[in-house]
Design a protein around this ligand. Structure first.
Ligand SMILES: Cc1cc2nc3c(=O)[nH]c(=O)nc-3n(C[C@H](O)[C@H](O)[C@H](O)COP(=O)(O)OP(=O)(O)OC[C@H]3O[C@@H](n4cnc5c(N)ncnc54)[C@H](O)[C@@H]3O)c2cc1C
Length: 415
């Protein structure tokens, strides 16, 4: 006999813990299967204010506030050529509800969320690798190495190698986003005082960008995103390529004067994709298992938590009124697709030089930048006052691209 649950969740990252916590709080019998034993290393450390309302609903915000996290006030974009920079603060967004977010060490943060899911009533199985699954009209059966489990619905939160996405061949890569990333943690990185020391720094070069994220009182996450082809052409091992890129950037080296690396250099590529569908008769995808766009703008964990929350609310309604399933699943597909489209647009724009040129001139477009910030904060992109300003911002980027009439051209090459 297989153990039975209302909901089976594969993956104990932020998407799985969010969905599990909220479903368990509604009284459903939920199991989360996580193949690793937490804590485990994970990249994706810069969060958005748009998740804070969900943390409150989950009852986990106080625990995060007490943990070794950095309260983040916004971000700072610096041109690698050193000529311009632009600081944006979450407090500037329209109808600002949460003026801060968090920078977190994911090993600690993911464990905190997963432990909270267990305390909220979820059955959490760690070291439980889901290796097979089968659907029928009444539900789903999954297999781990030593056991079978049965549930009414399966929520796939297994991350970028989505179990369901691979099984049903749903993956579609974004052809214009063939990126590669190298990253590591450091200690001893120079930090500014006050809120400036909490910001995510994005150092924008011509064909690459570097993030610098303070994640604990001591540790800083540093990474680079570049074209996969450029990395191949370097013909270097990841650690050598990473060191070379950092050393070529004076904006980085001046902060690394007294720093040392405390983890290995990690490398990952081919991460930008979206699955063709997010739902099937007995399954739903959430978080990276549905799709991941790009590290820039920190949309990953935000979308993981948003989709985890939406799935929990939706499945709660569907379990109570099964006849609503088709309509609910369609609405979820549409909503998640819309959020992903919005970030895709901003990610695509980020990799054009014109976007940087317009964005680096906030004083000229002070009415527009809060609108852009609203998207970057993960808050109410559908507010009318945000929508028309975003439209004008896009127009300015377009004019800059065609006629360079909004801002002077920049080299973006490190000097
Ligand atoms: C280079 C890079 C930088 C990034 N930087 C940021 C950032 O600064 N800010 C941000 O918000 N996002 C960032 N992201 C994205 C972020 O890492 C993800 O969006 C986020 O982790 C998604 O959460 P998730 O819960 O969907 O998936 P994950 O966090 O990937 O969790 C999935 C879990 O499922 C488990 N699992 C997988 N398969 C199975 C299985 N078969 N059985 C059982 N368990 C399984 C895994 O072990 C894992 O713990 C970055 C991504 C990359 C690639």
């Amino acid at each position: 006999m297989a153990d039975f649950f209302d909901i089976l969740i594969v993956g104990g990252g932020p998407a799985g813990s969010t969905a599990g916590t909220l479903l368990a709080k509604r009284g459903w019998n939920v199991a989360i299967f996580e193949k690793e034993h937490f804590p485990r290393f994970k990249i994706g450390e810069s969060l958005l204010p748009g998740s804070l309302g969900t943390f409150e609903r989950m009852g986990v915000k106080e625990k995060i506030d007490k943990a070794d996290v950095i309260v983040k006030y916004g971000g700072k974009i610096i041109s690698a050529c050193g000529t311009r920079n632009n600081r944006f603060l979450f407090s500037d967004v329209f109808r600002c509800k949460f003026p801060t977010a968090y920078q977190v060490e994911r090993s600690m943060f993911d464990k905190l969320l997963l432990d909270h899911a267990a305390e909220s009533g979820c059955h959490v199985f760690q070291g439980a690798h889901v290796t097979d699954l089968a659907f029928d009209v009444d539900g789903v059966t999954i297999h781990t190495s030593d056991k079978r489990f049965r549930g009414r619905y399966l929520v796939d939160c297994s991350g970028r190698n989505s179990l369901i996405g691979s099984r049903f061949k749903l993956r579609q890569n974004y052809p214009h986003l063939r990126k590669f990333s190298l990253f590591a943690h450091f200690e001893g990185v120079e930090r500014e005082a006050g809120i400036d020391g909490t910001l995510t720094q994005m150092i924008r070069g011509k064909d690459q960008w570097i993030w610098i994220i303070p994640i604990t009182a001591k540790k800083t996450s540093i990474g680079v995103v570049l074209d996969a082809q450029t990395f191949k052409k370097m013909k270097l091992e990841p650690a050598e390529a990473f060191d070379q890129i950092l050393q070529e950037n004076p904006e980085v080296t001046k902060q690394l004067l007294h720093a040392h690396r405390v983890t290995e250099v990690h490398a990952t590529g081919d991460f930008s994709f979206r699955n063709k569908r997010f739902t099937g008769a007995r399954w739903v995808l959430a978080g990276d298992a549905a799709g991941f766009i790009d590290p820039v703008w920190s949309s990953g964990v935000f979308i993981a938590i948003l989709s985890g929350e939406n799935v929990a609310d939706m499945l709660d309604r569907v379990l109570r009124q099964p006849e609503r399933r088709a309509a609910e699943f369609t609405r979820y597909e549409r909503r998640l697709g819309r959020v992903m489209d919005l970030y895709l647009k901003f990610v695509t724009a980020w990799y054009t030089q014109e976007f940087a040129e317009v964005f680096f001139h906030p004083q000229k477009f002070f009415q527009l930048v809060p609108a852009v910030n609203s998207v970057l904060a993960g808050t109410e992109e559908r507010l009318p006052e945000v929508r028309w300003r975003l439209w004008i911002f896009d127009l300015l980027v377009f004019l800059q691209k065609r006629f360079a009439m909004i801002a002077p051209r920049m080299s973006l090459l490190p000097k």
